[in-house]
Design a protein around this ligand. Structure first.
Ligand SMILES: [Zn+2]
Length: 256
């Protein structure tokens, strides 16, 4: 059976050498979700794929895929942008790798998601333009959890239903994905404490159009609380260790 060539935009999430001359690349594609493809001869005769099959590269690809086969054949790749700054800066690279790991876990084959695709490109562009990377990471994750169906509930206490007020204190319970007020959780035994400032920032990050998301500024204790929450919530949701967090935490004291 002849497989017809298809075209789509795609972000490179992983590359692995295969045999003597081939490369297997894992992509987040706009039209097909996660896509694994073999680039024949990419290692030896590099002409066709030179400087293209690199982590985070944004490509336009032509590929063939037989029905019932998960491995596609990569015919051609054109480079939209390589996001070179990300690959030249270790801190930036590690922070972007948290996103890469989440995409590898969260994006499924044959399940395209334009929201997550646009959000990922938004984050990579902002990293590359040297916007504060920890802020970009936080904003990405707030929206990503939303798009995969686990929007954190920050409007009202999950137990008593009372709306957030300045008079009360709140913790975020990662096991239920919601805030709990101090009346219902008097000794703060459950969840991570969230200040009112953090709750407000998170809520506006949830509702901001993507074009305006980069305008949100997050710093100091709000950024710290936000990232702790997102790291814990992510671990809870996916039951997987995101390896890159470890390196990122070492940069957290110096980068915003
Ligand atoms: Zn309550």
């Amino acid at each position: 059976m002849v497989a017809h060539a298809k075209e789509t935009d795609a972000i490179v999430l992983n590359c692995a050498e295969h045999g003597e001359s081939d490369v297997i690349v894992t992509l987040f594609s706009q039209d097909a979700g996660r896509l694994t493809a073999i680039a024949k001869g990419a290692k030896k005769s590099k002409k066709r794929f030179v400087n293209k099959l690199e982590l985070f590269s944004f490509l336009h690809i032509t590929y063939q895929q037989k029905a019932n086969r998960s491995l596609a054949f990569l015919a051609e790749a054109e480079l939209h942008t390589s996001f070179l700054h990300i690959r030249q800066d270790l801190a930036l690279y590690s922070i972007a790798s948290v996103i890469r790991e989440f995409l590898l876990i969260g994006v499924k084959e044959n399940e395209p998601d334009l929201h997550i695709f646009r959000l990922s490109l938004w984050a990579l562009h902002n990293f590359d333009q040297k916007h504060p990377p920890m802020t970009i990471l936080a904003l990405f994750l707030i929206r990503f959890f939303d798009y995969v169906g686990y929007r954190p509930d920050l409007q009202a206490c999950m137990h008593c239903g009372s709306l957030v007020t300045a008079q009360n204190r709140y913790n975020f319970d990662t096991t239920i994905g919601s805030i709990v007020c101090s009346d219902c959780n008097p000794h703060s035994l459950k969840g991570l404490p969230l200040s009112l400032g953090t709750i407000k920032m998170l809520r506006s990050a949830q509702d901001q159009p993507l074009e305006r998301l980069h305008r949100l500024k997050i710093s100091g204790s709000i950024l710290y609380e936000t990232l702790s929450l997102l790291q814990n919530y992510g671990n809870q949701l996916f039951q997987r260790d995101i390896v890159s967090w470890k390196i990122v935490r070492t940069f957290m004291k110096t980068r915003k």
